[in-house]
Design a binder for this molecule. Structure first.
Ligand SMILES: *Cc1c(COP(=O)(O)O)cnc(C)c1O
Length: 461
């Protein structure tokens, strides 16, 4: 390990033992799970890279803060503490906790859909965001730059909006039919790729011209701020919190899944810059769904942990280690010649399984094949992001299909060490070297919607 990758800026004071299984055991476990890693028990997983959502480790300060959580139904001390932290970070006026990111989406997104035939535009909508856009009666349009889909081509901000396309979509659909523009930072679905400050500024200019609201989907906003500091001219010497505040200045609202850069296991936020009427509407809708607006489905303990976690996630040493650790894993795979989304994003390494297993057709799920192989090899659980996840067209019942067949290696925050990254890299390299032996999978059971979670498979011989 050289200076290129910073060491953990913390000591480990509490540990959770993890079980190691034999290959024979894993063969049985995977078979019993219907060859779907979602159906494995987490205790049968050695290194769990299914998601970075709610899987991070809390600090001693967070656990300590939980002891003073105020469990009042309305107006708790814990709420006012959180409100003050969030106002400080965002520079916004109105703050409401919700139970997680999708809670924020389901309360907020319908507010801007005032008639039939409206659209939300995003760089790329996250899947629950897209679902809530559609549930609110609108349609979701993605407007990301083309470089995003060229895996091995360097671009410092692959999550950026295509501004020409954005303008065109607004004029095509009519500005009065655009409910809002959702800036997903970092851009989760494209591999945790950042959006530049300049791009956010330009999007805001376009939005202002047509009187359209802008909304930050800020699950990984701190990681985005770090990338801006690292890669964008003029930000080298800025504090992360100042970069965060400037990002927020280009939006009217900030929705957050706090399970990512809030460094908590459950929680979310709706934050609104200055539109009191909009905030009041959100309050009314929050009550029947999320709870009274000062707790929003969270308890006082978790609100306390979030107030502390939000500030810890803006700590530059924490962020440097976080981004370095993910990059270390990606660099090891690149050195071994394994095709991945480059440059490496904030929270995960996306491995291109289409080029690893070109002999497996899309409807036999090449990324599932690689994902299952690394579980068999080393007890590592990753996740398929490809044809299986995309599902079928509701009208034609054909596989929707996708340009991308990824295995996502998602790294939880403050949980695993560099040595774990080596174990992961070694397993992926082993599978890569034996890629001709990989076989595809076919359905035994295919659920009608969200099939990837509960489907079962058998290997294609
Ligand atoms: C996780 C996530 C969400 C949804 O948040 P949950 O807390 O999982 O409900 C929304 N947007 C993005 C970009 C996310 O990563």
């Amino acid at each position: 390990m050289n200076k290129k990758y910073s060491a953990e800026p913390y000591r480990i004071k509490m540990v959770e033992p993890i079980k190691e299984t034999t290959r024979e055991q894993r063969e049985m476990l995977l078979k019993n799970a219907g060859y779907n890693p979602f159906s494995l028990k987490s205790e049968d997983v050695y290194i769990d890279l299914l998601t970075d959502s709610g899987t991070g480790a809390m600090s001693q300060e967070q656990w300590g803060a939980m002891m003073v959580g105020d469990e009042a139904y309305a107006g708790s001390k814990s709420f006012y503490k959180l409100e003050s932290v969030v106002k400080n970070i965002t520079g916004y006026q109105y703050v409401m906790p919700v139970h997680q990111g999708r809670g924020a989406e389901q309360v907020f997104l319908p507010q801007l859909v005032t008639k039939a035939g409206m659209y939300y535009i995003s760089n790329i909508h996250f899947d629950t965001t897209r679902a809530h856009v559609e549930l609110s009666g609108a349609r979701a349009i993605d407007c990301v730059i083309e470089e995003c889909f060229v895996m091995d081509k360097f671009h410092p901000f692959k999550g950026n909006f295509d501004l020409v396309q954005l303008n065109k979509v607004i004029l095509d659909k009519g500005p009065e039919n655009i409910a809002g523009i959702i800036m997903t930072i970092t851009n989760n679905s494209a591999g945790g790729q950042p959006v530049s400050m300049e791009n956010l500024k330009e999007v805001k200019k376009i939005a202002n011209k047509y009187h359209i609201a802008t909304i930050i989907d800020g699950a990984r906003y701190a990681e985005n701020a770090y990338f801006i500091k690292e890669r964008e001219k003029g930000y080298e010497d800025k504090a992360i919190i100042d970069i965060a505040r400037e990002m927020c200045s280009y939006a009217d609202a900030f929705l957050m899944s706090a399970k990512k850069d809030g460094l908590v296991n459950m929680g979310g936020l709706i934050v609104i810059k200055d539109n009191e009427e909009l905030f009041n509407k959100c309050k009314i809708r929050a009550i029947p769904y999320e709870g009274f607006p000062t707790y929003g489905g969270m308890n006082g303990r978790d609100i306390e942990a979030l107030a502390v976690g939000l500030m810890e996630a803006l700590d530059e040493r924490y962020l440097k280690h976080r981004i370095d650790q993910v990059r270390y894993l990606g660099d090891r795979l690149i050195e071994a010649g394994i095709p991945i989304q480059f440059p490496i994003g904030g929270h995960a390494v996306f491995v291109d399984c289409k080029s690893i297993a070109p002999h497996i057709p899309a409807d036999q799920f090449p990324a599932l094949a690689v994902t299952n192989a690394i579980y068999l090899e080393a007890g590592i659980r990753a996740v398929e992001i490809g044809t299986l996840l995309m599902g079928r067209d509701p009208d034609t019942h054909e596989n929707v299909g996708t340009k991308m067949e990824y295995m996502r290696l998602t790294i939880p925050r403050r949980v695993y060490t560099y040595k774990h990254m080596d174990v992961i890299a070694d397993a992926v390299i082993h599978v890569y070297e034996h890629r001709n032996e990989l076989n595809g999978f076919e359905f035994v059971y295919e659920p009608p919607i969200l099939r990837h979670f509960t489907a079962t498979f058998k290997p294609v011989k």
